[in-house]
Design a protein around this ligand. Structure first.
Ligand SMILES: Cc1cc2nc3c(=O)[nH]c(=O)nc-3n(C[C@H](O)[C@H](O)[C@H](O)COP(=O)(O)OP(=O)(O)OC[C@H]3O[C@@H](n4cnc5c(N)ncnc54)[C@H](O)[C@@H]3O)c2cc1C
Length: 396
């Protein structure tokens, strides 16, 4: 009788730890780290205070391939995996969450929706421009009267010959006033509820389409969060994205991927805050020693590091499943819920560990603390994630 082989013995090679970055991933991470240290870190507080959108850096991110990270090479992207994407968003967000959300919305909402639901003409027209960063993308689902209840969208699209005519307002749209192209969800048949919602591609400069108010925000202030206004905006019939009546269903599929990127955004911001706190507690002396020598401080650091890793594992699980082509509604919602709530707690603790210095803008944790809150709100609040998780559990 043969004995089963055990991993790690001479007979069987040790299984590769899926959470150890490959050589390519380590290189990607290093390239982003160097870029962020050179091009982003020196400007973070200036952009934040002026609410300045970092146009030049976004162009350079396009040149690096980070605006087409998930797009297959034949459509002009770099064709990397969701795990690579998570690593990239985490690295960028550890330096500036604003950059993280700009890149995440562009990739996993706008570009992914066009890639997922678009026909070949639409893919060929839009994806290469988005992937190269020539065009920035936005994605408009939320309206003033419908946020969590996204199916209640009131923006309308009415068919008129070979055109669709859009009327209504979208609110809180990331990249809204800088995007050259937006995917917009509108009601084509109000009597059908969510099955009467359809998606459309709208290009900047189309008569009747304009960005409205740019929001003045608590955090992520260098990112652009704007209204999109449609007043008798006529677009060609071929700009219907996906099938008529399937815009909401496709949006939920898009959000399954998007929520992984918000989990990564949260991880990055929390990592930035944790690294700053780890360093600070070793430098700050009270009662004649570094505060890191007090057990009360060490336990906080231990909890923060453990919680951060647990959140990262959940996020990577969702990303690995996405790469395997599996449905991730449950796992994406769990990753988003846990990572964002954990990240808020870590950033809070990082400020606490800085004492009064955590409350002033000379130290980076003040900004991490403001930025991180969006993660429990955007792409579905924590309450909505719990609803999604419970629905998936009860369905089984
Ligand atoms: C910086 C930023 C960027 C954003 N980017 C985009 C974007 O690019 N595209 C886009 O379409 N949207 C975007 N959003 C919108 C975002 O997704 C919504 O703000 C979010 O979904 C919540 O909607 P709401 O703000 O209308 O809150 P509401 O839906 O009004 O919720 C208010 C509160 O009620 C709770 N609540 C609602 N319903 C329930 C329920 N059934 N059970 C329990 N609690 C409930 C919520 O959890 C929340 O705590 C962005 C928002 C921000 C702030």
């Amino acid at each position: 009788m043969s004995t089963p082989e055990r991993a790690g013995t001479a007979e069987a090679p040790a299984a590769q730890n899926p959470f150890t970055p490959t050589e390519d991933q380590a290189q990607l991470r290093q390239a982003i780290r160097s870029f962020a240290a050179r091009e982003i870190a020196p400007n973070v507080m200036r952009w934040d205070e002026a609410s300045e959108f970092p146009v030049d850096v976004v162009k350079k991110l396009g040149q690096m391939g980070l605006l087409g990270i998930l797009v297959p090479v034949e459509y002009g992207g770099v064709g990397l995996s969701y795990v690579d994407y998570v690593l990239a968003i985490e690295e960028l967000s550890a330096v500036d969450g604003s950059i993280g959300i700009i890149v995440a919305s562009h990739n996993s909402l706008c570009t992914n929706h066009i890639f997922l639901a678009g026909n070949e003409d639409q893919r060929r027209r839009y994806i290469p421009r988005l992937a190269s960063g020539e065009w920035l993308g936005a994605w408009g689902l939320t309206e003033p009267g419908s946020g969590s209840d996204a199916g209640g969208a009131r923006t309308t699209a009415v068919r008129k010959g070979d055109r669709w005519v859009l009327n209504g307002n979208k609110t809180f749209i990331t990249n809204g006033s800088h995007a050259q192209v937006a995917v917009v969800i509108a009601a084509t048949d109000k009597s059908q509820g969510t099955r009467g919602l359809s998606a459309f591609i709208v290009e900047k400069g189309t008569p009747g389409f304009r960005p409205g108010r740019k929001e003045n925000k608590l955090g992520l202030r260098a990112s652009d969060t704007s209204e999109l206004i449609f007043e008798d905006c006529e677009i060609p019939a071929e700009n219907l994205l996906g099938k008529e009546g399937e815009g909401f269903i496709d949006s939920m599929r898009v959000l399954d991927g998007g929520r992984i990127s918000i989990a990564a955004l949260a991880l990055g911001i929390a990592k930035g805050a944790f690294d700053a706190a780890l360093k600070y507690t070793q430098e700050r002396h009270q009662f004649g020693k570094a505060i890191s020598e007090f057990q009360g401080i060490q336990w906080k650091l231990a909890d923060m590091a453990t919680q951060l890793d647990a959140a990262r594992l959940l996020t990577h699980r969702a990303a690995v499943m996405k790469d395997n082509g599996q449905k991730t509604t449950l796992e994406s919602a769990m990753a988003k819920l846990h990572s964002s709530e954990t990240a808020v707690r870590i950033c809070d603790e990082a400020v606490q560990l800085h004492g009064g210095y955590g409350f002033i803008k000379d130290y980076p944790v003040e900004k991490f603390y403001r930025d991180v809150k969006l993660c429990t709100i955007g792409e579905g609040t924590s309450e909505i994630q719990r609803m999604v998780i419970a629905r998936e559990l009860l369905r089984k």
